[in-house]
Ligand binder design. Structure first.
Ligand code: ATP
Length: 242
């Protein structure tokens, strides 16, 4: 079953077209990694899918329903949840309060504060602490937990490793492992190509808002992805379409 489908999607910042006529779909339970250099349009795409950035053209469908014109909170009710880049926590609120905020969409499902604490055991002793006082890894775990509390069908993860030490990144990904295996559909942006290719079923490489490479992670070589990442697989003298 197709969980998320995007047709000819365009998103702009003023005159700049950050996402240019992008089409792809994600099957239920699939993990799709979105890679690409800084400015390729990854964050804009995720924010557009979540309804945090306006659609300029094209369509977004969740489980067969066209959500293109729906506001962000309506899309959360349809099952999409974004863990934004930089975590965007409510620093003056406690971990518990942040998690409960995630449940306000009122979607039914198995996620509860207790289950989040099972997935992220390092949060257990922090549950009553204000998130502004937590370490980067703990904040990231809270941000992911908050998204999960809406019982999403599709989780959008924007650079969960950003600003974290390698050891903490390991811990965050180890915690996500169970989630990935439990059949949650995930679209993740990850700067670390090796990690993206290791965790994802499929990889899309974006360059200047377009998909320049798409394939099953197991069938792509690191060289292929690196070339696409830097735009090296353009033919010589090929003009970049405007
Ligand atoms: P990064 O890895 O640096 O987060 P990205 O692939 O997520 O990059 P975006 O942040 O989506 O890329 O940016 C896509 C394009 O849109 C870039 O050219 C960027 O400069 C531009 N852009 C992003 N945010 C804004 C904004 N708020 N106002 C104007 N232009 C923007």
């Amino acid at each position: 079953m197709t969980m998320l489908s995007v047709e000819n999607l365009t998103a702009r910042h003023g005159l700049l077209e950050a996402v240019r006529g992008l089409s792809f779909s994600i099957a239920k339970g699939e993990i799709l990694a979105l890679v690409g250099a800084n400015g390729a349009g990854k964050t804009t795409l995720l924010r557009t899918l979540a309804g945090a950035h306006p659609v300029h053209g094209g369509s977004i469908t969740i489980a067969g329903e066209d959500v293109t014109r729906l506001a962000a909170h309506q899309r959360v009710r349809r099952g999409i949840a974004l863990v934004p880049e930089g975590r965007k926590m409510f620093a003056a609120m406690t971990v518990a309060e942040n998690l409960k905020l995630g449940a306000m969409a009122g979607r039914k499902g198995d996620w509860s504060v207790e289950r989040i604490l099972d997935v992220f055991p390092n949060l257990r002793k922090r549950i009553g602490h204000k998130t502004g006082h937590l370490s980067g890894g703990e904040q990231q775990a809270t941000a992911i937990g908050r998204a999960l509390m809406s019982n999403p069908d599709i989780l959008l993860l924007d650079e969960v490793s950003l600003g974290l030490s390698p050891a903490i990144v390991e811990r965050v990904y180890a915690s996500l492992d169970g989630l990935m295996r439990s059949g949650t559909t995930i679209l993740l942006v990850e700067q670390d190509l090796s990690r993206a290719m290791a965790v994802a079923d499929r990889v899309i490489c974006l360059l200047e808002g377009r998909a320049v490479l798409e394939g099953r992670a197991k069938e792509l070589t690191r060289d292929q992805v690196t070339e696409a990442y830097f735009g090296l697989n353009r033919k010589k003298n090929e003009r970049v379409p405007a």
